[in-house]
Design a binder for this molecule. Structure first.
Ligand code: HEM
Length: 80
């Protein structure tokens, strides 16, 4: 069994969801639309504020790094 950060995010509903939304922190169906990515990429994410909520936003390189990690982990966790 995989443990660690990715396993705690994989297919997990975001706390911020409303009754009519179903965002997943790492979304196994559409990894590049995972909520963790929307929260850093979008100036106005669907719910709440852009992350990090204090300090500078992620650089394009950091965003790409996070995207690559999420996509890789989404694939790995799906093979559990
Ligand atoms: C790259 C760094 C960060 C990432 C990827 C990130 C990601 C997220 C995500 C995915 C959520 C929604 C959680 C859920 O609904 O289950 C969230 C909410 C939140 N985060 Fe962050 N976060 C980051 C940095 C920060 C920092 C530095 C702070 C404060 C110092 C912060 C404060 C909050 C707060 C207050 C919320 C709830 C309100 C809202 O979304 O507007 N986060 N964050």
């Amino acid at each position: 069994m995989t443990i660690g950060v990715a396993a705690r995010l994989f297919d997990v509903r975001a706390v911020q969801n409303t009754p009519s939304t179903n965002y997943k922190l790492i979304d196994p169906q559409t990894p590049s639309s995972s909520y963790i990515l929307l929260k850093v990429k979008m100036i106005m994410p669907p719910l709440g504020a852009q992350m990090p909520s204090t300090g500078p936003k992620l650089s394009p390189q950091e965003e790409q790094c996070l995207l690559d990690w999420v996509v890789a982990e989404a694939t790995n966790c799906g093979e559990l």
